[in-house]
Design a protein around this ligand. Structure first.
Ligand code: NAD
Length: 478
């Protein structure tokens, strides 16, 4: 019998009846876990516990907070193999990708264990004689974290580690598609000695996320997910003036110029567009290629795409795992039809695959000769699909890269310092890569986008303090 997962409220595991199942997308006969779907009552209990726990945690010594985060990071890293296997089984990315994500989560906790000791403010000479002025960074209170399924441990880690580091208490609502990793993370947090009520977990779907976003005692919300859900979370949060951070979709361009290293460009496109089954918000879903290299680039990339081995996420020979769910598979296949109807030409892949076991398998698809205004170039597919657009020159490539409503990550492949520099400064994206894939980022630097990709302060690294703290300015006279 698959395990029945529980909420974690005020330091206790609280079981509730099974209302749904999480499935292995590589073999849908394999039920990973049975889960409750909270109707809002566990959210209320979690927020209550987090509110009670906040004053003591906010006042705890920096070393107490640092040590507990450090222990969490060490345990995650020590368990990278079994957690990576669990992740690949439940989400569908390959085992090396799953282990890589777990390592990232462990490193994030280690990084914020250090940041906990680096609380700084400034002292300022007052304009008034005899008066001192200074600033302090204070925690916000209870922070609600709503996370998607595509990085089921890294995203909960990159939100909860800074939240806890700076003295906030947390209610985490992970995706109902991948709850097992959030439960495993919570077990590790519990074993690391986190005081009760400081970290709480509620398992549920949109209803639980909605209850968290609307709860009057949640001071701040950090959300990662789709643009449509982000807009709903924003309405609820803004209506009650809660602090808000949204990380949403992308339609990330990789520009390939005539003067690039062709082999590297093909490798970066292959990695950025298709690894992790294209289910990364930073995936290179638009390949914008200048005319002089277009034929050679598309031919070389199509050959590599066709050779990718799709299969069970846990099989050692697999390079591309399944999509995460039936809905993701249906959406991917629907966009392949839309692209064909719009006039895109499929050069590789794009087939639903029947393997020995039932799963959400689609062969990675390369669609060439697409136009910028086609839906395949404007809307996020979130699957192993890349569309190629032919442009005349660099200026047209930059304009194409800046088209559309998203602006998360962007890349350029070129040997020209002039174009690389101009692109870095003028592309409308939060992250820009030169001769690198659009996906794949460090954990100790800021992460986020522009326009409809992100809203609010940047996440991660040294920028996280801006969202998870507020500044107090003090004046004194003696
Ligand atoms: P989603 O929007 O469907 O769900 C995200 C989370 O929101 C889940 O926990 C879900 O249960 C919850 N939710 C659903 N309805 C809600 C509501 N009405 N109120 C509050 N919460 C609600 O997204 P998904 O399918 O889980 O994830 C894929 C999306 O995430 C893609 O669009 C992808 O680009 C995006 N993403 C963005 C980043 C980034 O940092 N920019 C990173 C990873 C994924």
């Amino acid at each position: 019998m698959p395990p029945l997962l529980s909420h974690y409220l005020d330091g206790q595991w609280e079981s509730a009846g099974a209302a749904a199942e999480s499935l292995n997308p590589s073999d849908t006969r394999d039920i990973v876990a049975r889960i409750p779907l909270d109707d809002g009552s566990a959210v209320a209990a979690a927020v209550h516990a987090a509110t009670k726990a906040f004053p003591a945690w906010a006042d705890a010594s920096l070393e107490v907070r640092s040590d507990v985060l450090d222990r969490v990071g060490s345990t995650i890293l020590a368990r990278k193999e079994d957690l990576g296997r669990m992740l690949s089984r439940e989400e569908g990315k390959t085992l090396p990708e799953g282990i890589g994500e777990v390592i990232r989560a462990g490193r994030i906790f280690k990084f914020f264990a250090g940041e906990a000791l680096r609380r700084t403010g400034v002292t300022v000479d007052s304009t008034r004689a005899g008066v001192d002025a200074a600033t302090y960074r204070e925690p916000l209170g209870v922070v609600g974290l709503i996370t998607p399924w595509n990085f089921p441990i890294a995203i909960p880690a990159w939100k909860s580690a800074p939240a806890l580091c700076f003295g906030n208490t947390v209610v985490l609502k992970p995706s109902e598609l991948t709850p097992a990793l959030a439960v495993a993370l919570t077990e590790i947090v519990h074993e690391a000695g986190m005081p009760k009520g400081v970290f709480n977990l509620v398992i549920g779907s949109g209803a639980a996320g909605g209850a968290l976003a609307a709860h009057a005692d949640v001071a701040a919300l950090s959300f990662t997910g789709s643009q449509a859900t982000g807009a709903r979370v924003a309405s609820a949060a803004i209506a009650r003036q809660a602090r808000l951070q949204l990380e949403m979709g992308g339609k990330n361009p990789l520009v390939v110029l005539d003067d690039c290293d062709l082999d590297r460009a093909v490798q970066c496109a292959l990695d950025g567009a298709f690894f992790a089954t294209g289910q990364r918000c930073t995936a290179s879903s638009r390949l914008i290629v200048t005319a002089g290299i277009y034929e050679r680039f598309t031919a070389a990339l199509a050959a590599k795409v066709a050779a990718l081995r799709v299969g069970d996420a846990l099989a050692p020979e697999t390079q591309i795992g399944p999509l995460a769910s039936q809905a993701q598979m249906d959406k991917t296949l629907a966009y392949l039809d839309i692209a064909a109807r719009e006039g895109g030409v499929r050069r590789a892949g794009g087939e639903a695959l029947s393997l020995a076991q039932p799963g959400y398998y689609v062969s990675p698809a390369l669609i060439v000769d697409t136009q910028l205004d086609m839906r395949i170039n404007r809307e996020e597919v979130f699957g192993p699909v890349a569309a190629v657009v032919r442009v005349r020159d660099y200026d047209e490539a930059l304009a194409a890269a800046n088209a559309g409503e998203f602006g998360l990550s962007a890349g350029i492949m070129t040997s020209s310092l002039k174009y690389a520099r101009h692109f870095t400064r003028n592309v409308r994206a939060g992250m820009v890569m030169t001769n690198l894939a659009t996906a794949g980022v460090d954990y100790h630097v800021p992460f986020g986008g522009t326009r409809k990709s992100s809203y609010g302060a940047r996440e991660q690294g040294f920028a996280a303090v801006d969202f998870y703290t507020q500044i107090k300015t003090s004046y004194s006279w003696a």
